[in-house]
Each structure stands twice: as structure tokens, then as C-alpha cells.
Design a protein around this ligand. Sequence first.
Ligand code: AMP
Length: 111
Amino acid sequence: MNYDNENIFAKIIKGEIPSEKILETDFILAFNDISPKAKIHVLVIPKGKYIDIYDFNKNASREEILGFWEGVNETIQKLKLEELGFQIKIHKGESGGQEVFHFHIHILSND
Ligand code: AMP
């Protein structure tokens, strides 16, 4: 599968579709999931074009990988979830429940 430049998260990065932004850095964008499964349900995506976690881990630079996980922690702080705890979900592939083929993680509060 090739990366589709017109996927919904690519459009969010380009500003063609609005999002409820939580945080933006050079490397990531964090925004509210449009169909939340918990009180807090935020998606964090890298700005680079990666289809899924395997593609990201295999092909992203060290700088992008570090920048991504630093962005995840900044998002956690912004959501004030560092003490409360939370769940992180990652879907890979259609059979793994992935619907949008731009790598993303779900941060979900426990309520
Ligand atoms: P996944 O199943 O891991 O690919 O998750 C895709 C997620 O993207 C789902 O939880 C959707 O609710 C969410 N989603 C789809 N379109 C949008 C959008 N325009 N803005 C925010 N979240 C979205």
C-alpha cells in the first residue's frame, strides 16, 4: 500500500479540514477524536507521511521518532493525564481496526 496524500489526517495537517487542536510541534499534531470513546480521546499523528506504526518505525528518522514521542508526552502533560493514567491504542492494518492510513495513536482517559 502506498501513502494516500488525500487521507483525512493528511488533509488536517494541510489545514484543509478543521480539527480541535490540542498541541502542534514541528513533529506532531494532537487533536480531539471526532467520535470520542472516552471523556478524553485525543489522536497524536506525526507530520511525516507514514501509513502505520510499522512504516513509521521502519522509515522515520531518529529525529522524527524522538520528536513524535516527545510530542506524545507534551500532549499527556497538556491533558493533565500524567498522574491519572490513561490508555494508548494503536491500530495497524484493516484487520487490526485501522481506518485512517496515516500513523496515529489514540490517548484515552480511563472514564
Ligand atoms: P483508527 O481506527 O485507529 O484508524 O482510528 C481512526 C480514528 O479517527 C477514529 O477514532 C475516528 O473517530 C477518527 N477520525 C476520523 N475522522 C476524523 C476527523 N476528521 N477528526 C478527528 N478524528 C477523526
